[in-house]
Design a protein around this ligand. Structure first.
Ligand code: DQA
Length: 149
């Protein structure tokens, strides 16, 4: 099984960025954590980050036929991007959404997620552990779908 793990804008600044909300661990720490979880679960993965919406759209499109699932923290594009939603719907790959913080305990504009409408699971407010939950959920989801076919 192969997963594409996508991270949106400003997540490259983890550690520096609003540490009271996002913690002191860096993006490199996050990438290492995600890679370790995937290795433990027997999942091949590519972990990527971009500050650009179109790049994220391109990566979702290119995932078709190459990856079995997408785990995504769209960051600020969560709350604005119909393009990311449409890209996920276009490739129709099983996807799970992650947010480090509890977006429902924050400003009203963070309560809506466009890409989340095409995801089978959303995990929020659990920090790095949220990625682990999303990866394990998606793995089981894909395995169960294969078995019932
Ligand atoms: C975030 C939450 C978003 O509202 C915010 O714009 C981010 C990060 C999170 O991981 O908690 O950049 O997706």
């Amino acid at each position: 099984m192969k997963f594409l793990i996508l991270n949106g804008p400003n997540l490259n600044l983890l550690g520096l960025r609003e540490p009271d909300i996002y913690g002191r661990q860096t993006y490199a720490d996050l990438a290492a954590f995600v890679q370790a979880v995937c290795a433990r679960e027997g999942i091949e993965c590519e972990v990527r980050q971009s500050n650009h919406e179109g790049v994220l759209v391109d990566w979702i499109q290119e995932a078709y036929g190459k990856f079995d699932g997408i785990v995504m923290n769209p960051a600020a594009y969560t709350h604005t991007s119909v393009a990311l939603l449409d890209a996920l719907k276009a490739v129709s790959l099983p996807a799970a959404e992650v947010h480090l913080s509890n977006i429902y305990d924050r400003e009203d504009f963070r309560h809506i997620s466009y890409p989340g409408k095409a995801c089978v699971k959303t995990v929020y407010g659990k920090g790095f552990a949220g990625y682990e939950e999303a990866i394990c959920f998606l793995k089981n989801y894909i395995q169960e779908r294969k078995e019932t076919r």
